[in-house]
Write a protein that binds this ligand. Structure first.
Ligand SMILES: [Zn+2]
Length: 171
């Protein structure tokens, strides 16, 4: 990932996009209940790119001189590609799992099975050797169906970003 990775602030409609950005390793706050004023203030104070599908809020973001991306909210894939390309990200580097907890935005640490706090379900401990645990809420991640889907999504995002890059280079 680029050194100066942007951080994001997603509004109430974009919970799913926010979780995916976290898994991709981007520092992303998601506010389920907040007034537009609060979102605007927090985005400016913390230097976060405000993500919204709300045209009125986006207008205010632009007017306030804050950074923001207006998404359609129609599909996570399209929204992610749009958000990342607007921020100069040309690929999603999923080394390991990425670095953030999808639930709380905490940083993840690689763990051996015996190091996982609060233990693992027996079945999971038997089937997997590599784990990641959130340093804040202790949620455990492992190489399974969920991560596989996220990797597939990352691949789709990357190929679309690549295509966008090519198109803009030739026009
Ligand atoms: Zn967490």
């Amino acid at each position: 990932m680029a050194l100066k990775a942007p951080s994001f602030l997603a509004d109430a409609m974009l919970g799913s996009v926010a979780r995916k950005l976290r898994i991709f390793g981007f520092d992303t706050l998601y506010i389920a209940h907040a007034h537009d004023d609060e979102i605007l203030k927090m985005g400016i104070e913390q230097g976060r790119v405000i993500l919204t599908a709300d045209k009125e809020l986006f207008k205010r973001v632009v007017k306030a001189g804050a950074r923001g991306v207006l998404v359609s909210g129609a599909s996570d894939l399209e929204d992610l590609v749009h958000i990342l390309s607007k921020n100069g990200i040309t690929s999603v580097d999923l080394d390991g799992i990425g670095s953030r907890c999808s639930v709380c935005n905490g940083l993840l640490e690689e763990k051996k099975p015996e190091q996982v706090k609060n233990g693992l379900p027996d079945k999971v401990a038997k089937m997997h050797r590599e784990f990641y645990q959130c340093t804040v809420c202790n949620k455990v991640y492992w190489e399974g169906g969920h991560l596989r889907r996220i990797r597939a999504l990352a691949k789709s995002v990357d190929s679309k970003l690549l295509l966008l890059g090519r198109t803009s280079a030739t026009t």
